[in-house]
Design a protein around this ligand. Structure first.
Ligand code: TYM
Length: 335
């Protein structure tokens, strides 16, 4: 694979926090799309481990989550021979650029971020400043590589909007050095909801064990979670926002089979009752995730290999980051 500086394909950059096991939303809303980009783009898939520090985690747990995240990336099909996989904390430039961008970010804009407000509500006793600063670090992650395209699920749209704003603000205040990054979102799967409360998005931190389907769950667990997904007391299958449980399952099916929501509805139009419907969805998800789990389990034993992947990734990422950071320093007048 060509990792030379002369690679002129557009650059994709994105990442997932190593705050726990990845879930179906991370897969259908993110990694599923990422792996289709390997041929047509220069792909930089990183692990935002500094972002993960906004959640209080003990050091051994963070290390374990990070190694596990690398293994899950590769198991999801992100072939290290075709993309650059690296840790945010191993490349100098993310926090430096974040500081500079912070100096041009209005405080009010950060305070209005939906995710900040939601998370601050949940972390009542202690709200670290990192939680407020988080979207600036994310903007720095993107702009440090001058990314063209940023694949994200719907929940990250507002953060990407901030990155675009900051790029524009910097360009007009100093000089036009940043691309304005474009979001990339799948037409289905961009917002997978909790299986137990389909009005909330599926998340790694959900306290309800049956709400989140992890990509490394055993087949029997996957089936159990899908069969016990909250639905409603009707018995036909329609894509109706008033029926969020059914809509979520339809979205999951559509994203997993790469069909449109309309085709998924058509596929199930003669079904009455939910047992066969749920079992068919479970079959599809199991077929999709089983090879990933098997691959993950074997990779997880290969600590040295995982470390070598991020070591090489960090070297490639650093080369790109150095060029951009020097340009930024020069532009703002740092000697
Ligand atoms: P994170 O770790 O929360 O999520 C990783 C990716 O998964 C998507 N996602 C979902 N998609 C569909 N349904 C869901 N329920 C669901 N939950 C999560 C997210 O939209 C995301 O694409 N701040 C980011 C990480 C980050 C980043 C970046 C991403 C840091 N720097 C730079 C892109 C570029 C985050 O916390 O994602």
């Amino acid at each position: 694979m060509n990792f030379s500086v002369a690679d002129h394909r557009p650059l994709v950059l994105t990442g997932m926090q190593p705050t726990g096991r990845l879930h179906l939303g991370n897969f259908l809303g993110a990694a599923y799309h990422w792996r289709k980009m390997l041929e047509d783009y220069q792909c930089f898939f990183f692990i935002p481990d500094l972002h993960a520090m906004t959640v209080a985690t003990k050091a051994p747990q963070l290390q374990d989550n990070t190694l596990s995240c690398i293994a899950q990336y590769i198991a999801c099909g992100l072939d290290p021979a075709k993309c650059t996989i690296f840790l945010q904390s191993q490349v100098t430039g993310h926090t430096e650029l974040a500081w500079i961008l912070g100096c041009i970010t209005p405080l009010g804009q950060l305070e209005r971020m939906t995710q900040f407000k939601d998370k601050a509500l949940k972390q009542k006793e202690f709200i670290g400043t990192g939680l407020l600063y988080y979207p600036i670090l994310m903007a720095a992650d993107i702009l440090l590589y001058n990314a063209d395209l940023v694949p994200i699920g719907e929940d990250q749209k507002q953060h990407l909007e901030l990155a675009r704003d900051l790029a524009q603000k910097f360009n007009s205040r100093y000089s036009e050095i940043f691309n304005i990054p474009e979001p990339y979102m799948g037409s289905v799967g961009a917002r997978i909801m909790s299986l137990q409360n389909p009005k909330e998005k599926m998340s790694k931190s959900d306290p309800s064990a049956m709400a989140t389907l992890h990509i490394t769950d055993e087949n029997s667990v996957i089936r159990k979670k899908i069969l016990s997904a909250v639905t409603d007391s009707q018995n036909d299958i329609t894509a109706d926002p008033e029926r969020p449980g059914i809509l979520n399952l339809l979205n999951i099916y559509a994203a997993a089979t790469q069909m449109t929501l309309e085709s998924a509805v058509e596929h199930f139009k003669d079904h009455r009752g939910y047992a066969a419907f749920k079992n068919e969805i479970a079959d599809v998800i199991i077929a999709l995730l089983e090879p990933i789990r098997q691959h993950y389990l074997s990779l997880r034993e290969e600590r040295d290999y995982l470390l070598s992947v991020i070591h090489e990734g960090a070297m490639r990422a650093q080369a790109r980051a150095d060029t951009m950071l020097s340009k930024v320093y020069h532009t703002v007048g740092l000697l």
